[in-house]
Structures are given as C-alpha cells and as structure tokens.
Write a protein that binds this ligand. Structure first.
Ligand code: MN
Ligand code: MN
Length: 465
C-alpha cells in the first residue's frame, strides 16, 4: 500500500496557491528565528484577521459568543488562537498544536571573553544538536536583553544584507588527524562552541595603568554600549540565540523544496496558524496552540506541561457563560487534536535507518504518526484506531494527500512531541506533521507539496472534526 506523490495531482491553480503559501512561509521563517519572534508574528497575523487580545476582553468585562475570535500569549513565547464555534464549548474543541522553539545555541549568562586577540561569546546548546554542524558557518545573534530599568533591547544582527555575521571556527584539516579519528559526537566539544564576535582592540597607551586587560573584548562591549546602550552585566538577564544567518530559500532547480532554519517545527506552526485564521465560522470551537520548550521536554512556564492552555480555556469558558469546573473537564476530554511536529523524511543515503512501508516520503503529503516514542513505543501517545479512522475520513473527504509513518526503524531511536501531554485530559490526539530532511541541522529541507497538504489538512480538520 503505497501513497502517491502529491505533486502529480495539482492543477495550475493549486500550484499557484502552493507557491503563495510557501512565499509567506519563507518570509515567516526568515524573519522569525526565535520563539519570541514567531509568537509576535503570530499575533500580528491574528490581529490582522480580527482576533482580539483575551486580556482586553477580560479587562472590558465583555462576554464571548459564537463567532468571536480571541488570542492569548504566555510570556511572549506561547500563543493560543481561539475561534468560538456555535456549539456549546462543553462539547469540546478542534485543536491544532505545534512548537516554535528550534534547536540552537543560547548565549551563556556570562558569555564574553577574549582569547588569541579575538572576542568571543560562550554558548550552551539548546535541544538536540550535532556540535560539528555549528562550526565554520555564518551565524546571527537574535534575542532580547532585559535591563534593570525594566526596558528590553531587541537584538537581531546577521540577517540583513549589510549586517556583520559571526562564526565558530573549526580546526584546519591539516592539524585534524586526531579530531578526524574521534566519533562524530566528540569531534567538536560543545564547550568550545564559542562565537567569534570581534578581532580589533580599542586604542590605549601601553604605559597606562588603567589600560583594558582585554582590549578586543572591550571594543566589542564599547560598540554594544554605543549601538544598543547595554553593559556587559546586562547579559545576565538576556536571552540571545545563536542561529544560522541568512534567509530560507527555494531548493532544487524545480524549486520544489525549501531550505531553511527552523522547519522543526515552524513548518507545522505557520500552516496551523494560517488554517486557523482562514477558517471563518465553525460549529466546534477551533484552537491553535503554538508552544515553546518542546525541544527540551516541554518543561517550564512556557512548555506544554505548564497550565497556560488549561487556564486560558477556563478564562474563555467563563466569559462564554460556561464557568463550571466540570464543563471545563468535559470540554478538554471531548476535544480532538492534531499535535503537529516534523517527521523524519526518508533519506536514501541512510535508507537502512528506515522501514520504507512506514516511512515518511518527501512530497507524499501530511504525515500521521499513530504513535511516536522510542524502543517499544516508549513515552508515546498511541492514538485510538477509532480516532485514526475519523482522521482518514476527514482527509479523504477533503482530498488531502496524507501518509502514515513512524520515526525510523523499530529500535532505531525515536523522539517525543507534545501529544502525550494533551492526551492526559483524555482527549483524542494524533501526531501529525511535515516530513523534513536533516532534522535539527542548521539548514533543514521541506517539500512544498507537504507544506501545502499540511495547510489543507489542518483546515479540513478544523472545519470537519
Ligand atoms: Mn519538533
Ligand atoms: Mn525537534
């Protein structure tokens, strides 16, 4: 039972729709390389579509009714979009979920140092990365510096055409015989992922007793002070992410794919948000949930295990006149969810890691993983067969190309998503998403047909589930 390649069926008009969607996605991906920026961009998309901040609704003491559209943000890193349906909320919601944190290097709290007449910023990696990917490549610094006076300085250096970029050096091949003999995991020690940010000292008099001991680092700090009005100590309260520099681009002579940083999991988040705002009137309330911290276990105040989702649902149900705790529990248990995250695209170069009957192929449409987990489905949300049947029916009715898949061969490895956390409410959840190549590398590959089918599948789910 082989699934067809989605490209074969497209009409010229569908190709145009696909390209328009992917143009928007490339821009989203290029401009929003942190979870904070993704949430900001999501709020802008929602507001332009008529969504109102839930805090405003609460402050004005307004009631919510069918047809109302609201959004709620959490610490600037999670976003929930809600489109109230005509059915009582107690009957449950149709929920799309995806994450917008991506693997990267975070600056340490005390990052700056000087060595070999160069200035550096030290990092601690975030999520699952292969250290050797990060060397000898152009990098950007994106994030925020929060100052004691309560102001926040946005940092975004390396992506504009005339911006400087940064890099982490690698050892020259001529001196690498020892390094090349190491297992790949040890070839580049994560502790030496230090970003070079300067190579020119401040001018000083050699005889001056107060001359800076680290004049190149001093130059870096002086420029920061001048351009951003921040001090070295301000790094203590900063969140700056080191990410690949440069935009997402069409890939392949046929322009069928997109090479970009952060497909995991913005390639699911963007089409989810777009489907949410493009669905007008619904019977069952539709919700799109964009979350942080998936890559490190969905922990913390902005991870899926926080109470943000449940609390926000309680707020909305109260404003809609369904305030009982039991109604809330019923609504959660009766909800249906597509928990979206990227799938491992079949890679012919590493064919032995896949079992092809149950692998995700690039261009064959939206992926559904009945279960994820690793080594005996460990840690997996295993969707009910009944729910998978419902999903198949919705996708077939809407003419959405989809495929079912597993992450690699049995016992090959595996990974988790946010699905099992939502399943704790008793709701039906299935893992879905877009296949990518080079997952967690600096530049990941996605196929435009899969992005388009994901968008169509998400829309069909919100309208029909
Ligand atoms: Mn992911
Ligand atoms: Mn991931």
């Amino acid at each position: 039972m082989e699934r067809p390649c989605a490209w074969k069926k497209y009409t010229p008009q569908q190709i145009e729709e696909l390209e328009e969607l992917c143009r928007g996605y490339k821009q989203f991906l290029s401009e929003n390389k942190t979870e904070r920026l993704c949430v900001k961009a999501g709020i802008k998309m929602a507001e332009e579509a008529g969504y109102v901040n839930l805090e405003t609704v609460i402050a004005e003491g307004r009631a919510l009714k069918a047809g109302d559209k609201v959004y709620a943000a959490n610490h600037g890193k999670d976003l929930m979009l809600v489109n109230l349906g005509t059915a009582p909320l107690e009957q449950g919601f149709n929920i799309l979920g995806a994450h917008v944190d991506s693997p990267r290097l975070d600056l340490k709290q005390n990052p700056a140092f000087e060595a070999g007449d160069m200035a550096y910023l030290d990092t601690h990696y975030y999520g699952g990365v292969k250290s050797y990917h990060w060397v000898a490549s152009p990098l950007a610094l994106v994030g925020v510096i929060c100052k004691k006076d309560g102001t926040t300085v946005d940092i975004n250096i390396g992506d504009k055409a005339d911006d400087p970029v940064f890099t982490i050096s690698d050892l020259l091949i001529h001196l690498s015989s020892e390094q090349m003999a190491k297992p790949a995991k040890d070839a580049v020690d994560a502790e030496i992922l230090d970003v070079i940010v300067g190579g020119r000292p401040v001018k000083f008099d050699e005889d001056d007793k107060d001359a800076p001991k680290e004049p190149v680092k001093q130059m870096f700090l002086d420029i920061l002070k001048e351009q951003y009005d921040v001090e070295e100590e301000d790094f203590l309260s900063a969140e700056i992410e080191v990410v690949p520099a440069g935009p997402a681009r069409d890939m392949g002579l046929d322009r069928s794919m997109i090479l970009g940083y952060g497909h995991d999991d913005r390639v699911c988040a963007y089409p989810s948000m777009l489907a949410q705002i493009n669905v007008a009137n619904v019977e069952r309330t539709s919700i799109t949930l964009i979350v942080d911290k998936e890559e490190i276990g969905s922990v913390g105040a902005t991870g899926m295990t926080s109470r943000f989702f449940e609390n926000t649902v309680a707020e909305i149900m109260t404003l809609a006149g369904e305030s009982s705790p039991l109604a809330l529990r019923r609504a959660l248990a009766r909800s249906r969810m597509l928990s979206s995250d990227v799938s491992a695209g079949f890679d012919p170069g590493y064919a032995g890691k896949f079992e092809t009957k149950n692998a995700a192929f690039m261009g064959r449409g939206l992926c559904f993983n009945k279960y994820t987990g690793s080594r005996g489905k460990g840690g997996s949300n295993d969707a009910d067969a009944e729910y998978v049947a419902l999903i198949r029916d919705i996708m077939d009715e809407a003419g959405v190309d989809f495929q079912t898949c597993e992450l690699g061969r049995v016992n090959a490895g595996g990974g988790g998503t946010i699905a099992y956390i939502m399943a704790e409410y008793g709701m039906n959840v299935i893992d879905s998403g877009v296949a990518v190549l080079s997952m967690h590398a600096l530049w990941e590959v996605a196929n435009k047909a899969d992005i388009y089918e994901a968008y169509r599948g998400y829309k069909a789910f919100l309208e029909r589930a």
